[in-house]
Design a protein around this ligand. Structure first.
Ligand code: GTP
Ligand code: MG
Length: 210
């Protein structure tokens, strides 16, 4: 019944169009940043960027779970726009975070550091909730967006874990959860080892230059 009410009240096409525009703009902006670094010959902390618009069914599910009325969807659901920035090395993540914080075309509302504060599942990622102003045909509009910043190794784990969690409808048996946590630690070990190797190579290069 409640779901039916939502479907009727929310005009999805109208609601989601500005969000689609925000996905397009943010993707372009972060990809341009990466391209510009490469053009200037400076190291780019961005390896790749993807974006997605949350589907109406997922928005409805979340609104239902969190008891969010239709008129509060835009204010309360922060991840209708989702941007994911992947980095090669863990230390690149804070460089991307600084880049986002210093931009004048978006405002950071919230930051969640699941790298320092790893989730009990083993999930690692840096999340930023931003307010993003749009210029639409109907005038100015601000939307919320979630930016997830993580290494390729963290992403490998998160995407695989997400699809497994989906198969179990969120209720993964404890022994499998335990093994997934071990996998998350193994992925993070890879990240740290790659950073150490990178540091040693950089130091060796510096010594050769002197
Ligand atoms: P949501 O209702 O999911 O928005 O919860 P929240 O507002 O507390 O956000 P949280 O920061 O916990 O998670 C936001 C997003 O991070 C999720 O939608 C997932 O994309 C991702 N995420 C969080 N925890 C996990 C996890 O344990 N595994 C995986 N694969 N992804 C996670
Ligand atoms: Mg959230």
């Amino acid at each position: 019944m409640r779901r039916g009410v939502f479907v009727e009240i929310v005009n999805w096409k109208e609601l989601l169009y500005p969000y689609e525009q925000a996905v397009d703009e943010l993707l372009l902006k972060f990809r341009c940043l990466d391209k510009e670094c490469r053009h200037l010959g400076i190291y780019s902390p961005i390896d790749s960027v993807t974006g997605r618009l949350k589907k109406p069914a997922s928005i409805l599910e979340k609104a239902g779970k969190k008891q969010i009325p239709p008129e509060k969807i835009e204010e309360k659901i922060e991840d209708i726009v989702g941007i994911r920035i992947l980095c090669q090395f863990v230390e690149d993540i804070e460089k991307v975070v600084t880049m986002v914080q210093s931009r004048k075309d978006m405002t950071v509302l919230e930051e969640r550091d699941y790298i320092t504060n790893t989730k009990p599942s083993g999930y690692r990622s840096y999340h930023m909730i931003i307010r993003y102003p749009l210029s639409t045909a109907l005038g100015p509009k601000e939307v919320l967006a979630e930016i997830q910043i993580r290494t390729n190794a963290m992403n490998f784990w998160a995407t695989a874990e997400h699809s497994l969690r989906y198969k179990y409808s969120g209720n993964i048996p404890e022994n499998l959860q335990h093994r997934l946590r071990i996998c998350a630690e193994a992925a993070f070990h890879l990240d740290r080892e790659m950073s150490t190797i990178r540091e040693e190579i950089t130091n060796a290069q510096r010594l050769n230059e002197i």
